[in-house]
Design a protein around this ligand. Structure first.
Ligand code: PMV
Length: 319
């Protein structure tokens, strides 16, 4: 990389509109990019420096990729990317990492950081990796965050478009029939996805019949949401999201703070609302009629939301 130049990679946050947890067991999920929050990685050349260092500005951490623990997710992302790019030991690469995506809260922060890092490193090495490959490398890193990830996070974050996703299959970009306004509210409770995924697995192991039935119903409602999204039947989506929240509660991944926000959104005119991502904290999402967006956002803040993000999914945005 030329000394004075810098290489930048970015990636958005994401929300799982429906299908989380069941997606780990082979059912479909629908995920959307949330471009209002982003991760950004910048690689600079330090002529006096050695090795590769990552400075994670938000958490004030600095890691030396050569000496970082084997399973450090940032170091793993860097090592995988460098091996892929055929530049195993660059010297004096300093990577600054910044992200406005809340950590451990169901918005894909880990996957977005990996994708941003991998893209920045590829550009620093003078390559542009295909999106599919970026997504696969980020998936390898996700294994450390999640244990048994489905791959939905790295997929939607790398492709940056709404996707219908089934584990192990190429993602299907969704055609959007009508504009949807979504409000995402954070409980402020950090809840690692790895733990909720493990908790669901324990329940499933103890009573497979019961949990397979729940996963089946989630899969069916995801297919119904897809039909409604593609047909532009926004009103049909709300009740399906509500039912998805109930089914996630049966998996025991909701919590009082999430239920409070979901109830507040519904009481103030949301068409539907549910928790998103791993659950037991993190974020919820509400589908809002455009004239009620402000009212619902205000109600969510009053009900204790630590942060509210308003995002849109629009026809044509699927690329
Ligand atoms: O908590 P998040 O946004 O990382 O989403 C996790 C989604 C799960 O379905 C719970 C796990 C997965 O790997 O798909």
């Amino acid at each position: 990389m030329p000394e004075a130049s810098k290489a930048i990679g970015t990636a958005p946050g994401k929300a799982i509109l429906c299908g989380e947890h069941a997606v780990v067991y082979g059912r479909p999920a629908i995920a959307i990019p949330v471009t209002q929050v982003r991760a950004e990685a910048i690689v600079r050349q330090d002529p006096a420096g050695d090795g590769v260092h990552v400075l994670a500005e938000d958490i004030g951490a600095e890691i030396d990729v050569d000496t970082a623990p084997e399973d450090d997710p940032l170091a793993v992302a860097v090592r995988l990317a460098l091996a892929e790019l055929g530049v195993p030991r660059p010297q004096g690469w300093r990577i600054s990492l910044r992200s406005t995506i809340p950590i451990a809260s169901g918005m894909g922060s880990g996957a977005a950081v990996s994708v941003a890092l991998i893209r920045a490193l590829a550009r620093a090495a003078g390559h542009e990796l295909p999106t599919e490959r970026v997504s696969q490398l980020a998936f390898e890193v996700e294994r450390i965050h999640h244990g048994t990830p489905s791959g939905v996070d790295n997929t939607v974050v790398a492709y940056e478009q709404p996707v219908y996703f089934v584990r192990g299959q190429p993602p299907i970009p969704l055609q959007i029939g009508a504009r949807m306004t979504l409000i995402i509210a954070d409980t402020g409770i950090r809840s690692p996805t790895r733990e909720t995924v493990a908790a669901v697995r324990e329940r499933w192991q103890a009573d497979r019949r019961r949990y397979e039935r729940i996963f089946d119903e989630i899969g069916e409602l995801v297919d119904a949401v897809r039909v409604a999204i593609e047909g532009g039947h926004i009103d049909a989506i709300g009740p399906l999201l509500n039912r998805n929240h109930e089914l996630l509660s049966l998996l025991d991944v909701s919590c009082p703070a999430l239920d409070r926000l979901v109830d507040a959104a519904r009481a103030h005119g949301a068409l539907g609302a549910k928790l998103i991502g791993g659950g037991r904290g993190g974020n919820m999402i509400a589908l809002a009629p455009s004239e009620r967006v402000e009212r619902i956002a205000e109600a969510l803040r009053t009900a204790g939301a630590a942060r509210v993000v308003i995002t849109e999914v629009r026809p044509g945005a699927e690329g």
